[in-house]
Write a protein that binds this ligand. Structure first.
Ligand SMILES: [Ca+2]
Length: 287
C-alpha cells in the first residue's frame, strides 16, 4: 500500500507538472458525458395517487392484466405487471422526442418471475407521400419458470432463463428513420401468462464525438498522442511520432459509444508521459 501511495504521488507530480510546467491535456466529448436521459421519471420514483408519473400501462384486454407502481425495485419503486393468461400483450410505456437518423440506446433493468417479456422501441410517421415510416427494435427474454409444464415435465434445474431473484440489464440500439421524431419505449409481457418488474430505465444518444486537445507548456515538445478505449486492445487514436517541435495536437473522433471510457496518454520529447481518463468517475485514483 505504501509503495502504491508513493507511485500515485509520483504520477500526480508528473501530471500536475514539476515547477508548474506541464502539457495541458483535454479529453472531452460533444455532447459531454454523461449524455442526458430523455425519459422523465426514469427510476420510477415520482408519482401520485398510486400512479407513476409519465408512465402509462396499456393493453387491449385489461381484464387479464394487473399492473402497479410498487416497492421492491432495483432502486426504490418500480413498474410491475402480471398477466393471468397469454391471450394478449400489455405494456408500461413512455414516449420521447428523438432526432431522425441519429443512433440511440434504450436501456434498463428487469426481473422476470415467469413468462416472456418484450421491451421494444417503436415509432411511426407519415413520409408525406402516403407511405408510413417506422422504427421497431426489440429485446425478448423468457423463462420456463411458472410455466404449466413446470416442474412436472421440466426438472427445475433444467430451466432456462434469467435468475428471477436478480435484476438483469437490457439494451436496445435503434436509429429512428426520417421523419420519425418521436418513439415510445414499451416494457411488458408478450402473449404469455407471467409476471415481471422494470426499473432504472434510460433512452439516450448512443454516440458522441470525442474531442482531444493537448498543448505543450513552454519548453516542452509533444512526441506522441494515444487514446485507448477501455476493453479494446487497439488504440482508437495513435498519432505516431509527431513532427519535430510539435506543441499542439487536436483531433475529433466521431462515433464513439456514449457509455465508453477512455484514456488519453501523451508522451513528451523528454520521455515523460502524462495521462487523463474520460469520463472521470468519482473516487477514481489518478493515473
Ligand atoms: Ca426505482
Amino acid at each position: 500500500m505504501r509503495g502504491r501511495t508513493w507511485a500515485m504521488l509520483a504520477l500526480t507530480l508528473v501530471g500536475t507538472g514539476l515547477a508548474g510546467r506541464a502539457a495541458e491535456l483535454r479529453l472531452g466529448s460533444e455532447p459531454p458525458l454523461p449524455v442526458p436521459n430523455l425519459l422523465v421519471n426514469p427510476g420510477v420514483e415520482e408519482g401520485a395517487d398510486g400512479r407513476p408519473q409519465s408512465w402509462a400501462f396499456g393493453t387491449a384486454t385489461p381484464a387479464i392484466f394487473e399492473s402497479d407502481w410498487r416497492d421492491g425495485g432495483r432502486s426504490g419503486r418500480c413498474l410491475w405487471l402480471k398477466a393471468r393468461t397469454g391471450e394478449m400483450s400489455g405494456y408500461w410505456a413512455q414516449s420521447v422526442a428523438v432526432v431522425p437518423g441519429t443512433p440511440y440506446l434504450a436501456k434498463g433493468h428487469l426481473r422476470i418471475l415467469s413468462g416472456k417479456i418484450l421491451c421494444y422501441v417503436h415509432g411511426t410517421a407519415d413520409a408525406g407521400d402516403g407511405r408510413k415510416v417506422s422504427v421497431d427494435a426489440r429485446h425478448y427474454r423468457g423463462t420456463m419458470r411458472g410455466h404449466w409444464l413446470t416442474p412436472v415435465f421440466v426438472p427445475l434445474d433444467a430451466l432456462s432463463g434469467p435468475d428471477a431473484e436478480r435484476w438483469h440489464p437490457f439494451r436496445i440500439a435503434f436509429t429512428p428513420p426520417a421523419p420519425v421524431d418521436r418513439v415510445a419505449l414499451s416494457l411488458g409481457l408478450y402473449f404469455a401468462a407471467g409476471e415481471a418488474l422494470f426499473d432504472d430505465l434510460e433512452v439516450c444518444l448512443a454516440e458522441v464525438a470525442l474531442q482531444v486537445r493537448v498543448e505543450a507548456a513552454a519548453g516542452e515538445v509533444l512526441r506522441r498522442v494515444v487514446v485507448r478505449a477501455d476493453g479494446t486492445a487497439k488504440p482508437i487514436l495513435d498519432s505516431g511520432t509527431l513532427p519535430e517541435g510539435a506543441g499542439v495536437f487536436t483531433q475529433a473522433i466521431p462515433g464513439q459509444p456514449s457509455d465508453g471510457q477512455w484514456t488519453l496518454t501523451v508522451t513528451l520529447a523528454d520521455g515523460r508521459t502524462l495521462s487523463q481518463r474520460y469520463p472521470k468517475h468519482e473516487g477514481e485514483a489518478p493515473r
